[in-house]
Design a protein around this ligand. Structure first.
Ligand SMILES: [Zn+2]
Length: 233
């Protein structure tokens, strides 16, 4: 929404984008990112991500972390204030790592989560746990889910994923060999793919990859184009 004159109480200021001032309104987006936005506004991802994250957060009407009084929104700001003790509340982000792992033949590891339908595969991902660095989270998640002791890990890029409040931190990693020990709980299937194998499987609709706007797809496409860094190589 770009017309301040049409603002209603509860609308959230997003800021200036493309020469216009934008606001978000609850009700238009209730869960996930609406498909038309994904399809037609890939350049506006940051705006959509901010809108979804802020509308969701304000909608939860968080209590003050110090005294449990219901907080109130601060006008024009991505924060809330406790009317009793004055403490400010800010949107929390949950960091999650997502990692494209390649074997010594530069094949890419893709896994299927237990909750996904047959044929849907992506790179490995998981939330960062308290006390962990991002790199430690990558090593742990990969060891737990597919039984791989990585050789080397390097950061690639990040993406806000406001469903409802994740920050995805993308990595590339190299495995010493192609051995796998899938945990069977979070990941039920995993294997390494050559570029040719992946291309054929996608063309035959035997394999479904993540949507184009996601960092998961960005990592996969970067590998397919030979642009993914190979740490330790
Ligand atoms: Zn308080």
């Amino acid at each position: 929404m770009a017309d301040p004159g049409a603002m209603l109480e509860g609308d959230v200021l997003l800021g200036r984008h493309g020469g216009r001032v934008w606001f978000a309104r609850a009700g238009k987006v209730t869960s996930g990112i609406p498909t038309p936005w994904r399809a037609s506004h890939p350049d506006h991802w940051d705006l959509v991500a901010a809108a979804v994250a802020l509308v969701h957060w304000h909608g939860t009407r968080p209590l003050c972390e110090a005294c449990a009084t219901p907080t109130v929104p601060e006008p024009g700001a991505a924060r809330r204030r406790c009317p009793a003790c004055g403490l400010l509340a800010f949107v929390r982000h949950d960091p999650a790592v997502i990692v494209a792992i390649t074997d010594p033949d530069d094949r890419l590891l893709l896994g299927r989560q237990a909750t996904w339908p047959q044929g849907r595969f992506s790179v490995i991902a998981g939330f960062v746990e308290p006390g962990e660095s991002l790199e430690q989270a990558v090593w742990r998640e990969v060891a737990e889910e597919v039984g791989v002791e990585l050789d080397a890990v390097s950061y690639v890029s990040s993406q806000p994923w406001p469903v409802p409040r994740s920050l995805m931190l993308g990595f590339a990693a190299s495995a010493p060999d192609d051995r796998l020990a899938v945990d069977g709980v979070e990941i039920v299937e995993a294997r390494y793919w050559s570029r040719e194998e992946l291309q054929v499987a996608v063309a035959r609709a035997e394999l479904t990859l993540p949507g184009g706007v996601s960092i998961a797809r960005h990592l996969i496409d970067s590998w397919a184009a030979g642009r993914l860094p190979r740490p330790g190589a």
